[in-house]
Write a protein that binds this ligand. Structure first.
Ligand code: CP3
Length: 341
């Protein structure tokens, strides 16, 4: 495969690049009117995710509008619990709801290890179509949730402020918790490998709820399973984004992954002391994109300066908020591209 722009793949491998590549988490979505247009024609979010032609279409929209250096496949991390036997609904303005959850060890008999091809083939299909339509413009990022974050939804049954039910389960049903974590990990490895066979050029593991665990619990339930995924995926660069796991970058540095994603709740210079031989991704506070233009530019330049001399992929510290003005996000992208010129 030859690319017109492979900056992100070179940066992920730690190579020096002529400028810092940029993409944004949740770049495909509600900030774009062309996304909302396609979305309004679908019955619901889940049907949308399962319609490969439409998923490919909205995956490419942010490449056209923002001119970012990578596409990320339009899907959701919740495809995995569904494939394991717990379907979900996406409730407008509220988020995901699981009618069935795991609330006791005995419930494990209601879930299985997902079969990547038969249960999740629609994501592979969307990737193949996207790759064909992208025609080498930019690389395509595949993704999955990290085992802890997926586990948290399977126990809790919805989003939650601090996932106390899921955390309680770790103490009450320690053995079953590890069993379920193993099943999720196995499903996720097969899923990511299928995405890579279908054409994903790199993959990101989202541990969105890492920050609700204590460091000790993260050492027991977060890291080992993420490391298993990293070790199982030698094919392409792997990015680990453990949101809120800002207590131990020395431990994150041990992971067999190429890129570590950073949120905005940390001091980049402190993190850099613990990270060696890896690319860092991040980490502008998405709320900066509500500021006046000059401030967006200033904060972006300050963020870029904090990563100078370090292999870096520019991004936000978390996903784009749906109500922000897409022109601010475009200004962020342009500021990164012009940085140092
Ligand atoms: O980044 C991208 O542009 C690619 C697509 C993508 C979506 N979800 C589309 C989506 C990705 C990478 C995700 C990952 C995801 N999904 C995460 C991890 C990243 C993170 O934000 O921490 C999580 C935790 C989820 C679960 C999820 N999906 C929630 C909690 C919600 C509801 C909250 C919300 O933002 O509305 C979703 C819905 C969702 N996933 C939407 C999109 C575009 C909005 C659905 C809509 O259009 O109505």
């Amino acid at each position: 495969m030859s690319y017109k722009n492979d900056l992100i793949l070179r940066a992920a491998r730690g190579e020096k690049t002529e400028r810092t590549p940029i993409w944004m988490m949740r770049q495909a979505g509600r900030v774009l009117p062309e996304y909302r247009e396609v979305r309004s024609k679908m019955k619901d979010f889940i049907e949308f995710v399962k319609t490969p032609e439409r998923a490919a279409e909205v995956t490419i929209q942010p490449i056209d509008y923002f001119d970012v250096d990578a596409a990320i496949i339009f899907s959701d991390i919740l495809t995995i619990p569904e494939a394991m036997g717990l379907p979900y609904e996406m409730v407008e303005k509220r988020g995901p709801i699981f009618p069935k959850t795991i609330s006791a060890a005995a419930d494990l008999k209601h879930v299985k290890v997902a079969d990547a091809e038969s249960d999740l083939g629609y994501v592979g299909e969307a990737i193949k179509i996207t790759k064909k339509e992208l025609d080498g413009r930019v690389p395509l990022i595949g993704f999955a949730g990290a085992p802890w974050t997926i586990f948290a939804y399977m126990i809790e049954g919805s989003g939650s402020k601090n996932f106390s039910k899921a955390r309680a389960f770790l103490f009450q049903e320690n053995k079953a918790a590890h069993q379920l974590m193993d099943m999720i990990t196995e499903s996720t490895i097969a899923y990511l490998k299928m995405q890579i066979r279908s054409g994903a050029d790199m993959v990101q593991v989202f541990d969105s709820w890492a920050g609700v665990l204590s460091p000790a619990l993260y050492t027991e339930f977060g890291m080992p399973y993420i490391q298993k995924i990293c070790k199982a995926i030698p094919e392409v660069p792997v990015t680990v984004f453990a949101k809120g796991a800002n207590w131990d970058f020395a431990e994150l540095n041990e992971l067999d992954c190429q890129v570590i994603g950073l949120d905005w709740n940390l001091k980049v210079d402190e993190v850099r002391k613990h990270i060696a031989g890896k690319t860092l991704q991040g980490n502008l506070d998405p709320a900066v994109l509500y500021a006046p233009d000059q401030e967006v530019v200033l904060h972006t330049q300050r963020m870029m300066r904090s990563f100078e001399g370090q292999p870096h992929i520019a991004n936000l510290g978390h996903g784009l908020y749906p109500d922000l003005d897409r022109r601010k996000a475009k200004l962020f992208v342009e500021t990164v591209k012009n940085y140092g010129k």
